[in-house]
Write a protein that binds this ligand. Structure first.
Ligand SMILES: [Zn+2]
Length: 362
């Protein structure tokens, strides 16, 4: 135990084989000084703790309203759009989630299934799935505004500020970018396991420690493939599939440039015994020292900046530049044509004006 605080343990595996660290980065600004970050030598995850211990920010929509994904320059801050514009991007996540489930499991072959989107906010994911299969869907969240939308879109809703999930026999429970917000996700997963049907599945997706910068003040944990899989295995799940995934590319237009092939990690897991093939854990690749960890992390940041963010921004710049050229050159060309051939429009052209001037001089 090398951490300074004796009671601090890894939020993922609960080990106290931790060491505190700080990352300084010019492009990916870290969390403020109220936060302390610890690397776990047991599972390779990063756990972060806020010494100010801010209370639940999810119930009031404050967490989403604080995010400025849309670069909202609205003049009247009291007038809010009916949905968080970022939802357009997160809605599109349904496609890769559905494709993973389609490739790795048989759930999409079912005509009808029962689904819980835990932390599902506005219920866009079940709304999309419901257009592919018949889905008896539930959305559990703290956010009342989100839940109202989820209900409007046909899901039954569970307000986690008041109730816990009592409903059982879910064929699918999804936790999309939820686990990293929790204090100790093992607790919630252990409970949710009880809500699954015999053949039930969990699909979870989280940012990748080495694919997404630390710094989001709403995140308490940064996972690796190993730490995420190990957590599920420790809870008595079989890992059906674990791999990398990313935010839909449209996010770039919203000023979010991190989309890369290893930005996020997904896992599909089922309680042990319901599946026969027990998947092996991904290799741990845990750095031996905190210095080596910081080196690896900084190297991964370099990779993100050079291989993904820069090309993403360049592509966007080039797209806009092409449109700029089209409009500005065509605009100039049209202006010239209109001035030269003004006569055919009933006016006087530049040429006829010049001839007239010369005549007058003579
Ligand atoms: Zn750990």
């Amino acid at each position: 135990m090398k951490s300074n605080d004796l009671d601090i343990k890894c939020r993922v595996c609960l080990s106290n084989n931790l060491e505190i660290f700080k990352i300084h980065h010019f492009c990916f600004s870290p969390k403020d000084n109220n936060w302390k970050s610890y690397f776990c030598f047991e599972c390779g995850a990063v756990s972060e703790f806020n010494s100010k211990n801010e209370e639940n920010i999810y119930a009031t929509s404050e967490y989403r309203d604080k995010k400025n994904h849309f670069n909202d320059n609205s003049e009247d801050k009291n007038i809010l759009p009916p949905i968080d514009p970022w939802s357009t991007v997160s809605f599109k996540r349904w496609k890769h989630i559905y494709d993973i489930l389609d490739n790795k499991t048989t759930i999409t072959k079912k005509k009808e299934f029962k689904m819980l989107d835990y932390g599902g906010y506005n219920g866009f994911l079940p709304y999309a799935f419901n257009q592919k299969n018949k889905v008896n869907s539930y959305v559990a969240d703290f956010d009342k505004k989100g839940l109202r939308m989820a209900e409007f879109l046909g899901s039954k809703v569970i307000n986690l500020s008041i109730n816990s999930v009592e409903e059982k026999n879910f064929d699918l429970i999804t936790l999309v970018h939820v686990l990293e917000h929790l204090d100790y996700p093992k607790n919630q997963l252990e409970k949710l396991k009880e809500n699954l049907s015999n053949e039930g599945l969990i699909y979870a997706e989280v940012p990748n420690l080495y694919g997404f910068p630390l710094g989001d003040p709403a995140h308490n944990i940064a996972f690796t493939k190993f730490s995420l899989s190990k957590m599920f295995l420790d809870l008595g799940f079989d890992v059906i599939s674990c791999g990398y995934t990313s935010t839909p590319k449209d996010s770039i237009k919203f000023g979010y440039f991190y989309s890369s092939i290893f930005e996020a990690i997904y896992i599909v897991a089922a309680p042990t015994d319901s599946r026969k093939n027990r998947n092996k854990l991904p290799s741990p690749n845990i750095p031996k020292s905190i210095v080596k960890f910081k080196y690896d992390l900084n190297l991964s940041y370099v990779k993100i900046m050079l291989k993904f963010i820069s090309p993403n921004i360049f592509k966007l710049f080039f797209q806009y530049f092409k449109i700029f050229i089209l409009f500005s050159f065509y605009g100039l060309f049209e202006l010239l044509c209109l001035k030269i051939f003004k006569k055919s429009f009933g006016g006087k052209t530049i040429i006829s004006k010049l001839i007239k001037k010369r005549k007058n001089r003579n």
